[in-house]
Each structure stands twice: as C-alpha cells, then as structure tokens.
Design a protein around this ligand. Structure first.
Ligand SMILES: [Zn+2]
Ligand SMILES: [Zn+2]
Length: 346
C-alpha cells in the first residue's frame, strides 16, 4: 500500500509499505477513504516531536471502511463505515475508567505518533471497539473528518473546560481550525459575546461567518485594550488560548474577567509567564487538557441533526497521490487561506 512517511526533520514522502495486519485480537484494519493534516503533523515534520520516530506513517484523523477485525472485536465487522478517533482508548485502564482517554495507559495519542497513522491506504486501529465510531447512514463523511480531532479538541479543551455559559462572554485567541472549532461549539451554550482575536484578516472574516460577534486584529499589540472596550472594562468570562505561544497565553491573563476561566488548548513548546501578582485576588480558574474525545458521540449526533456544521472548515481537497501538495497548501495557510484540507483515497 501507499503511505505518507516521516523520515526525520524535513524529510518525508509517499512510500510503498506492507499492508498492516491484525496484531492483537482487539485490532481492526481500516481502509482509509478520507483523511486530513493537523498542525501537529507539521510539528512532527519539523522535528518538534521527538517521540515520533523516523519511518512513521503520519496522520491521526480520518474516516474509512472496516477491512478486517480481530477475534475480540464485537462492535464492528468488515464493510462498516467508521470514524477514527485521534485518541486510542483501551476502555479498561484507570484513566479510561475516569474518561481520561487521552492518558490511556495502553493508548492515548499514539496514531501517527508512536504507531503508524491514517495518511495511508490502510491503518491498524488498536482497541477498535472503543477507538472507532460507526458512521450513521447518510452522514456527510467529509464533515465527519472534522470530528476525529479538531471538534472534540475545541469543545472539550476550550468550551467545556472554559465553562462557557448562556449569556456569558468568550474570547478565543487564535482563529485557526482549532479556534474555529471552539467558536462553532461554544454556540451550543448561547454566550452573549464571542470575540475572536487573530493576526490574519481572512481568518477573522471567516470567524464572523462562523458566528463570532466581534473580531480583533491583534497585529497592533492593542488587543487587550480593544477587548476591554467591547466588554465595558470587565474582560471575558472565558478566555480560550488556541495558538500555543507565550504571548497569547499572557493575553488571556490580560482579558479574563474576575471569576473567569482561562482554558488553554494550544501546544506550548516554551514557558509562559503567569502573572500571579495581578491575578491572585481575581477568583480565576486556569485549565489545561489533552483532548479525550469523550464528546465525540454527542458531536456525531449534533452533526447528523444539523445542529453543528463543520463543513465550512474544509477549504481544499487533494487526491492522496498529491499529499505533498496538500502539505504545501496546509503549511502555507497565510498565503493559501487553508483551514482544513481533505485528502481523498477512494
Ligand atoms: Zn491533530
Ligand atoms: Zn485505557
């Protein structure tokens, strides 16, 4: 089969690989029909994720069709159409029993990281019963690819952890795919204001189409002042960090209201300053989380009943033979205006 392989920093390409085979009774082999690229894949390609070793098939998102299952798989059979979760969960360990699938002792984020991933014609999915979801008949499979990772990430790490409330005020720093996923799912709770902050005018314009009430271009360094003017000097009840750099985390501290929550989503590679000298008496809460994908069944229902429409996140489509073109487009988002790219294998 053909697969997209990480071969060390700056080196990658399509290679011929043997078909994956069932290694444990709880495995399934899935024929991929649609996959996508995540910002994390770009980090791996740069060499920022040393736990991902050269030779790895990348990708942790996608939909496909069950090709074969191990003897212990009871929920799926060959031919079933499935959504692949970016988080593999054994369902049995202490963390899984607490619904912290991201920290599963036997899984977690392993796909396209510690084991071969979804940017290939076939993938082996461990613990298939608890790591795959059946796709309802008639569902928009392209939109469903957004449920492998970015929708549950924006919702769980941003909206749920950020305690978004009816009538509350929300700021989302970063209007990339994850920030937009938080914007879409924050609207389940009908907050009164959702203020999107980014440097990119195109992404801010997209935010308004996706339901933001206000946007702030932070390129002048005065985003906090602009936000205070929009909130009568109070700040926001929920400040969601969806970039992963120190400056945006510190901006969250500047704009959170007394009693508010700072919910971090971003992947941080360096330390950030915590301004306790200003925040110690402000009754704030700060949260961090790796997505658990516990909300995926709910998001599936919301998508199928048209209460959630993530299809607008998809800006480009590529055939798998041009996966390099897909990476080029996704990696140059400022120029290409890419949000999520779909890679088709059928
Ligand atoms: Zn991802
Ligand atoms: Zn587990």
């Amino acid at each position: 089969m053909k697969a997209y392989i990480y071969n060390g920093p700056g080196k990658s390409g399509i290679e011929e690989r043997p078909m994956p085979t069932i290694a444990a009774a709880t495995d399934a082999i899935v024929r991929i029909t649609k996959t996508t690229i995540c910002g994390t894949d770009l980090h791996i390609l740069k060499g920022d994720v040393p736990s991902c070793e050269p030779g790895r098939v990348l990708g942790h998102e996608g939909v496909g069709v069950i090709e074969s299952v191990g003897a212990g798989v009871t929920s799926f059979k060959p031919g079933d159409r499935v959504l692949i979760s970016c988080i593999t969960s054994c369902g049995r360990c202490e963390f899984c029993r607490k619904q912290m699938y991201s920290h599963c002792a036997n899984g977690g984020w392993i796909l396209g990281h510690r084991i071969d991933g979804t940017q290939a014609e076939y993938v082996r999915i461990p613990f298939a019963d608890t790591s795959l979801y059946p796709i309802p008949a008639g569902a928009d499979e392209e939109a469903l690819v957004m449920l492998s990772d970015i929708l549950p990430t924006g919702f769980e790490c941003g909206v749920l952890n950020g305690k978004v409330q009816p009538g509350g005020t929300v700021a989302i720093i970063g209007a990339g795919p994850i920030g937009l996923a938080a914007l879409l799912t924050a609207q389940f709770y009908a907050p009164s204001q959702i203020i999107m902050i980014d440097l990119d005018e195109n992404r801010l314009a997209t935010s308004l189409r996706f339901g933001a009430t206000h946007t702030i271009n932070s390129s002048d360094g005065k985003a906090a002042e602009a936000l205070m003017a929009l909130t009568e000097g109070r700040g926001v009840d929920t400040a969601i960090e969806a970039v992963g750099v120190a400056a945006t985390f510190e901006l969250c501290q500047d704009v959170v209201a007394a009693g508010g929550v700072i919910a971090n989503i971003g992947v941080h590679g360096t330390s950030a300053t915590l301004h306790l000298e200003r925040l110690w008496d402000r009754n704030i809460t700060m949260t961090t989380r790796l997505v658990d994908t516990v909300s995926t069944p709910m998001l599936l229902k919301a998508l199928c009943s048209h209460k959630l429409d993530p299809a607008g996140l998809i800006t480009h489509r590529f055939k798998f033979s041009n996966v390099l073109g897909a990476y080029e487009t996704f990696g140059n988002a400022a120029r290409s205006c890419a949000l999520k790219v779909i890679i088709e294998l059928e």
